[in-house]
Design a protein around this ligand. Structure first.
Ligand SMILES: [Zn+2]
Length: 222
């Protein structure tokens, strides 16, 4: 049982649960976990502050504003890590589990709001792995190299995701899942069908007139 976790600060955790049955790699699930939306909580805090500055229960409102502003991101990381381990163990039944955490892209992690807490995953995951007897590694795999032909992948940004596409062979995949293919390749395992989850083929969409707007439409309707 393989559990591959890709982490970057803007998108949170992208996880692939997969297993090799001796012939092919079966992908069970590819959930993504994003940090909760801060918007609502910050609005609430602003309301409290405004009330306090108008003299309404000043102390109480300031205290509540502080509470609303605080987001327990370390708690969130722990929670997501625990969910991933539990799921991997469930899928594995009694079999061995290997969790790899890819936190490679320093540029996206460095300076991000969640930088330190995302990096705290290493300690959290190491503890969970020791507890459950799970094999854990922290290897990083490229998201810009094509796992099929070795060519360079080009990025297409949409509102919700970043799609990587190979100009040479046509491979395309969500950028967050691309390192997973290179992980399998490094183990000489067969690659699963791409994409792992439904995605528009950037080439097909681009090839038509008004390709860009069609891509936008697809995302709006999804
Ligand atoms: Zn290729």
């Amino acid at each position: 049982m393989l559990c591959f976790i890709d982490i970057n600060s803007s998108y949170g955790f992208a996880v692939v649960f997969a297993a090799f049955d001796g012939q092919r790699v079966k992908v069970f699930e590819t959930p993504k976990f994003k940090p909760p939306n801060q918007g609502r909580r910050l609005k609430e805090a602003a309301k409290r502050k405004s009330a306090a500055s108008h003299g309404a229960k000043t102390n109480v409102n300031f205290a509540l504003a502080r509470l609303s502003e605080r987001f327990d991101s370390k708690g969130w990381v722990k929670q997501i890590a625990a969910i991933c381990f539990r799921k991997a163990l469930e899928y594995a039944r009694e079999g061995p589990v290997w969790v790899n955490i890819d936190i490679s892209d320093d540029r996206t992690v460095r300076g991000g709001r969640l930088q330190r807490t995302l990096l705290s995953i290493k300690r959290v995951a190491a503890n969970l792995a020791a507890w459950y007897g799970v094999h854990i590694t922290f290897r990083c795999y490229p998201s810009r190299r094509c796992p099929l032909c070795g060519g360079e992948l080009k990025e297409f940004k949409t509102k919700r995701t970043r799609i990587m596409r190979c100009e040479k062979c046509g491979f395309y995949e969500d950028r967050d899942f691309t390192p997973f293919y290179n992980f399998l390749k490094s183990l000489s395992l067969p690659l699963p069908k791409h994409p792992l989850a439904p995605l528009p083929n950037p080439e097909a969409l681009r090839g038509r007139a008004g390709g860009k707007s069609r891509l936008a439409e697809w995302w709006m309707s999804g």
